[in-house]
Design a protein around this ligand. Structure first.
Ligand code: F6P
Length: 320
């Protein structure tokens, strides 16, 4: 193993730069060269890379986003794309690849590993925290804190005006972010795609709260639950309360990574480089019960991470 590639495909997440820095410096300490492919998989289709040296990754640990840029890359999904990427790895004499991203990126890595025969190691980085095989992904803690800060501010207005607010957080398919944010802002209701909930149940909770004298309320909804404008309207009609909608959107994907996101980046990077250094691949590194570990890339790609539904019950108790 002399040269490793590094790529950050898919949606960016705060802490990806910290991971780029850590992979580069750890690899160099083991006398490995690092090629950083630009714009996700597109960099492998067009053979666009830059040599990453320990100095080239200075001053980025505190920056959100990815210095390598990223691109949603549909071309990579067909057989031809994967073949082209494998050819690039061979032409550049890349002996193994570190893929920093989410489950979609890891499915791509699995295909590329099969086609190229080169070891692939995934580092989970997504604000959705939906990667099977790790309790937490890089960027998740930052996104949670970004949303909490915003919602704490929104609650001031909710209390002053005795209004209900629906705050939509990211999570197109999964509700990990909404659940953790909901608990930590003391949301009255949490709506996630994994738990179908009738609007009538939400209305019941809000009416009961109002009867107890609690007229303000925060509903945290994952974007994956559907049209939050329509939900807000329906709740307003049925409760007679003023309901406002606030969509946090992409502010959650950016910003300076928290200490925790940076730390995970360092720990995951060390494990990933170690695996490649020993010639092991087709793994995704992760955090399991407080320990840095790894599982097979195929297991991670094929399995769905379960949401802890007990946390919904906890949130309910805490919001009474
Ligand atoms: O990074 C994951 C995610 O934040 C999803 O929750 C969200 O729906 C999606 O990215 C949107 O990303 P894009 O607009 O880049 O496709």
């Amino acid at each position: 193993m002399k040269t490793i590639g590094l790529v950050t495909p898919g949606g960016d997440a705060p802490g990806m730069n910290a991971a780029i820095r850590a992979v580069t410096r750890i690899a160099h300490s083991r006398k490995l060269q690092v090629l950083g492919f630009e714009r996700g998989w597109d960099g492998l289709l067009t053979n666009n890379f830059r040599r990453l040296t320990p100095r080239a990754v200075g001053g980025i640990i505190q920056l959100g986003g990815t210095m390598l840029h990223t691109l949603r890359c549909p071309n990579f999904e067909d057989k031809e794309g994967v073949k082209k990427a494998a050819e690039t790895l061979a032409a550049d004499k890349v002996d193994g690849l570190v893929v920093v991203g989410g489950d979609g990126s890891f499915r791509g890595a699995l295909e590329l590993g099969r086609e190229s025969g080169k070891p692939m190691v995934g580092i989970p980085a997504t604000i959705d925290n939906d990667v099977f095989g790790t309790d937490e992904t890089i960027g998740f803690d930052t996104a949670v804190n970004t949303a909490v800060k915003a919602i704490d501010q929104i609650r001031d207005t909710a209390i002053s005006h005795e209004r209900i607010f629906i705050v939509e957080v990211m999570g197109r398919k999964r509700g990990f972010l909404a659940l953790e944010v909901g608990i930590t802002v003391g949301a009255e209701v949490i709506l996630i795609p994994e738990n179908e909930c009738e609007i009538s149940e939400v209305v019941k909770v809000l009416r009961e709260n109002s009867r107890k004298g609690k007229k303000a309320g925060i509903i945290v909804a994952a974007e994956g639950v559907g049209d939050t404008h329509a939900i807000a309207k329906e709740i307003e009609q049925h409760t007679g309360s003023e309901v406002r909608l606030s969509i946090l959107g992409y502010s959650q994907r950016g910003g300076s990574p928290t200490a925790r996101s940076r730390l995970l980046a360092g720990l995951f990077a060390e494990k990933a480089v170690d695996l490649l250094y020993k010639g092991q691949g087709n793994k995704v590194v992760g955090l399991q019960n407080g320990t840095i570990s790894s599982i097979d890339l195929e297991d991670s790609s094929k399995n769905r991470k379960q949401i802890d539904s007990r946390l919904l019950e906890l949130a309910e108790m805490l919001a009474t």
